[in-house]
Design a protein around this ligand. Structure first.
Ligand code: CA
Length: 403
């Protein structure tokens, strides 16, 4: 297909709509507009046309404008709480300072389409122009109620900076990278970070390219409010009944929820078991040295733990590390007086333990020294002494509901 064929045959250009579903309502809350062209009975995507650098911007703009007009005309028939996502790369957005496009949108506002239903799906990759002007234009659009979604999370070095600057209404995350399970764990951690970031800056997470059940589960588990992908619905020429998937999504959520609750129960039960075990040992060794305490703990936890130490409530280490090497447990005196208060959740956990007089089993994280996925059980020994027991990956692996 070449550009001239399309440009001379605009009556065969039309929009497709891919429904976007919400977790809270389990129904369609938006459609993303996608360009299509029909040639000799085949319907092809206009994605390549818009990404082709050889095609002058004004041609792309004309084809895009046609698509936007057709899509928004069709959108006039939708329920008024359904949004429309329009793809804009930076060049398209900046075309003639974005003014003709805004005039187009304002014309539709007069026909009854509120502009707060428009979501501009932005990518600024490879943009050679002035980013300040670009950001300025986005802020100007927002004064009309138009929303901003940022797509693509490639490993662009300035991604976090851009997200921080733009504070988009929606962060769109592509789940294509989740296809191979081998890359799963790291990608999982990266996406967890996105869910924290989104929460901090007040953005909603939309997961796209959901093609299988486990990807939907992943999106649900990682704070995804909106979902899009072939597993839910392919792009179509006409809008669909908005509650089409309601029952199916409810069933899915029911499965995800029971699975997650089972895992959380397992973590809770394990924490209770550790609590009982450790409390008994600590009580018995109340008058002994840290070494006495560690020896008693090793007897019980040799197959469970790989590192133990005691800190005060400010995070200064009061004991040596006792660490399990392949040959057996060793003493690492160089850790005495190191401080751990800078670690995430450290002080929160101290305060929690102090007030509840109870131990805490941490979330999963990678140990800085061994690189293994572990959990830590921490326990308040006394007013100013807190015991930390790092649980070995091997143990978690054998009790896989803890992973
Ligand atoms: Ca898109």
């Amino acid at each position: 297909m070449d550009a001239l064929e399309i440009l001379s045959d605009l009556e065969n250009v039309f929009p497709y709509f891919q429904p976007i579903f919400s977790a809270d309502e389990q129904s369609v809350i938006a459609y993303e507009v996608l360009g299509r062209y029909e040639s000799e009975g085949n319907i092809i995507s206009l994605g390549n046309f818009f990404q082709d650098d050889q095609i002058p911007d004004e041609y792309k703009y004309d084809v895009d404008l046609l698509l936007v007009k057709m899509a928004l005309n069709q959108a006039l028939t939708l329920d008024e709480d359904i949004s429309i996502f329009l793809n804009r790369n930076a060049d398209l957005l900046m075309y003639r300072h974005g003014e003709p496009f805004l005039q187009e949108l304002l014309a539709f506002e007069k026909k009854g389409l509120r502009l707060d239903r428009i979501v501009l799906e932005i990518s600024d990759r490879n943009y050679a122009g002035d980013l300040d002007q670009f950001d300025h234009l986005l802020q100007y659009y927002r004064t009309y109620g138009i929303k901003i979604a940022i797509a693509r999370i490639d490993s662009e070095s300035n991604y976090f900076e851009r997200i921080g600057q733009l504070k988009p209404d929606i962060l769109k995350i592509n789940l294509q990278a989740l296809k191979s399970t081998s890359t799963g764990i790291n990608f999982h951690d990266v996406l967890f970070t996105f869910s924290l970031l989104a929460r901090k800056i007040g953005s909603t997470l939309l997961f796209e390219n959901i093609e299988m059940s486990y990807q939907l589960q992943f999106a649900w588990k990682n704070g995804g409010r909106y979902y899009q992908g072939f597993y839910l619905h392919p792009p179509v020429r006409e809008f669909i009944e908005r509650n089409l998937l309601k029952e199916r999504l409810k069933e899915k959520f029911h499965d995800f929820i029971s699975y997650e609750k089972k895992k959380l129960e397992a973590v809770y039960t394990t924490a209770e078991t550790f609590q009982a075990k450790v409390q008994e040992i600590v009580l018995k060794n109340r008058n002994g040295t840290f070494q006495d305490l560690f020896q008693a703990l090793i007897k019980e936890l040799d197959q469970i733990a790989f590192r133990m130490y005691v800190c005060d409530e400010d995070g200064f280490q009061k004991s040596a590390n006792i660490f399990k090497e392949t040959t057996g447990w060793i003493n690492q005196a160089q850790y005495i007086q190191k401080n751990w208060s800078w670690r995430p959740y450290f002080l929160e956990n101290i305060i929690k333990m102090r007030n509840e007089r109870k131990g805490i089993l941490s979330d999963l994280y990678s140990d800085i020294e061994t690189g293994e996925t572990i959990r830590t059980f921490s326990f308040p020994i006394s007013g100013n002494e807190y015991l930390f027991i790092d649980i070995a990956y091997q143990y978690l692996f054998q009790h896989d509901q803890l992973l």
